[in-house]
Design a protein around this ligand. Structure first.
Ligand code: NI
Length: 190
């Protein structure tokens, strides 16, 4: 396993549309080793998620995991999840304001409207079907990662008047956001 370099905003790879992965490709040792690297790189950088395109492979795979994350201490835990060829469908039209950062966007956070309830259909890394409905902050993380596979970065969707550095977010906005986020978690479960 190896820690890969993470593409930074401005690199054209982040604007590519990732391509689907075939079952044969997914089962190959090369793609399985790539997924191990994706997970290791995400963990090394304390990410809540990482899309393959962020480590310069424009294929439709992303990793998501939240486990006592120091970047997002208020996020509920998410067990390690690998999404292959994911498609997301909003369930209902309820949205919330999610404050996001990204490993490809140094020292910037911003507020993005995200769906509260979301159906995710994908394969896991073994090719087994995933069909789940996710909610709240977890749904926000799923939308952020799957956006990467479409060449979209959270800054594209964010209200630019909400942009802040991580330090200024902590100083001026974190308390209010965490209070709202915890109310959402209490209501919808994650
Ligand atoms: Ni990101």
């Amino acid at each position: 396993m190896a820690i890969r370099k993470i593409a930074q905003i401005g690199h054209p790879v982040l604007r590519q549309i990732a391509r689907d992965v075939s079952r044969e490709e997914l089962a190959s040792p090369a793609v399985q080793a790539f997924i191990d690297d994706l997970v290791e790189t995400m963990r090394d950088a304390d990410g809540a998620g990482l899309a393959a395109i962020q480590i310069y492979e424009p294929i439709r795979i992303c990793a998501i995991e939240v486990r006592n994350n120091p970047r997002y201490p208020y996020k509920p835990q998410i067990p390690l999840t690998i999404l292959v060829n994911p498609t997301l469908t909003a369930v209902g039209d309820e949205q919330f304001d999610n404050n996001e950062g990204c490993l490809s966007v140094p020292n910037l956070r911003g507020t993005v409207r995200r769906f509260v309830h979301l159906r995710c259909q994908a394969w896991d890394r073994a090719g087994a079907p995933i069909d789940e409905v996710v909610h709240g902050l977890k749904a926000g993380t799923y939308q952020h990662e799957v956006d990467h596979l479409l060449g979209t970065i959270f800054v594209d969707r964010a209200d630019p008047t909400t942009f802040s550095t991580w330090a200024e977010f902590d100083r001026h906005h974190k308390a209010a956001f965490v209070e709202k986020a915890q109310a959402l978690v209490a209501r919808v479960g994650s």
